[in-house]
Design a protein around this ligand. Structure first.
Ligand code: FE2
Ligand code: FE2
Length: 309
């Protein structure tokens, strides 16, 4: 299929999506294997928004502790990053649209990320947190990162940003769930963390599937990893590269997590698991020093504040 764009193939005006990836041939035995597997898994774990909304309605805002208020302050900001899911998926699909299994999964994932925005929006509104004022339709639209076909430089960037980003999401929600005192808040954050866990597991399975059939895949991904974390340059101590990168709320959320003193266990657990995933995906080919990786994945409060200024 090569690089031929839809526009030149069909003689129409230029369009942003190009035939960059081949699809699996029609009679390949594992066509849709990951989509089938993860739909089964996702559906067996799926929580219903209507159930959580009923639970939220029972919360007495007066019982929220100081820790709860700080957690809600963080997740109210993170929710807007989740609300960027339409931009995130369209930018990923500008590279991945013609990988049929990836594209099908991406539509599922983006639906769940949007669901995370909405459940937190309902909670903020119910308890009267000031972040609720930011969760309007117009406000969220204004904060969309918007279409940028260059955001993900190639297919490996897409997979790696998701692999590392979903790992951060798992530990972020897990830790905030542990810190929260109010039971509905604690439980909804736990449920979101399980969604993020399944997202992460899909990307690991996808990486393994592609690596097992494409002999150049691991080397290509490794080159992208080194470039993405800037291994050949001094560490910038900025926020980790993530699906939310490019959204100002991603920086604001990072700043709040640091300011409220929640970041240490989140980052320690995230880094430990991110490194384990890299070791398992790349095996002996992983030519990145662990300490150098950690230095590039650990933000410093001053660097975030400078960027926000
Ligand atoms: Fe999410
Ligand atoms: Fe996710």
């Amino acid at each position: 299929m090569g690089d031929q764009s839809i526009s030149s193939a069909r003689g129409h005006r230029p369009r942003p999506f190009a035939w960059r990836l081949p699809n699996v041939v029609a009679d390949t035995a594992d066509n849709w294997a990951l989509y089938d597997r993860f739909l089964d898994l996702a559906e067996s774990h799926r929580w219903k928004m209507s159930d959580i909304r009923r639970e939220i309605a029972t919360v007495d805002p007066k019982i929220l502790t100081e820790a709860d208020r700080k957690v809600v302050d963080c997740i109210g900001e993170i929710a807007i990053v989740e609300g960027n899911a339409p931009t995130i998926v369209v930018n990923q699909l500008s590279v991945m649209l013609f990988d049929a299994e990836f594209a099908a999964w991406a539509t599922y994932q983006v639906g769940e990320e949007s669901k995370h925005f909405h459940v937190v929006r309902h909670y903020c509104e119910h308890v009267g947190h000031e972040m609720a004022a930011e969760h309007t339709e117009a406000g969220v639209v204004r904060k969309q990162k918007a279409f940028d076909p260059e955001e993900y430089r190639n297919e490996h960037w897409v997979t790696l940003v998701n692999l590392l980003g979903e790992t951060l999401n798992v530990h972020l929600y897990q830790q905030l769930s542990k810190i929260a005192d109010e039971p509905v808040l604690k439980s909804l954050l736990h449920r979101i963390s399980l969604d993020e866990r399944r997202h992460q597991q899909w990307f690991v399975a996808y990486f393994e599937k592609r690596a097992s059939t494409d002999p150049g895949y691991v080397a290509g991904a490794l080159a992208a990893l080194r470039e993405m974390i800037g291994i050949d340059a001094p560490p910038e101590r900025n926020a980790q590269r993530h699906q939310g990168t490019g959204s100002v709320n991603y920086l604001q959320a990072t700043e709040k997590v640091l300011r409220h003193g929640f970041s240490l266990p989140i980052i320690a657990r995230t880094l430990r698991e991110q490194w384990q995933i890299l070791e398992s995906c790349f095996g002996d080919e992983l030519n990145v020093d662990r300490r150098q990786f950690i230095a590039r994945q650990t933000a410093r409060a001053s660097a975030i504040q400078e960027q926000l200024a």
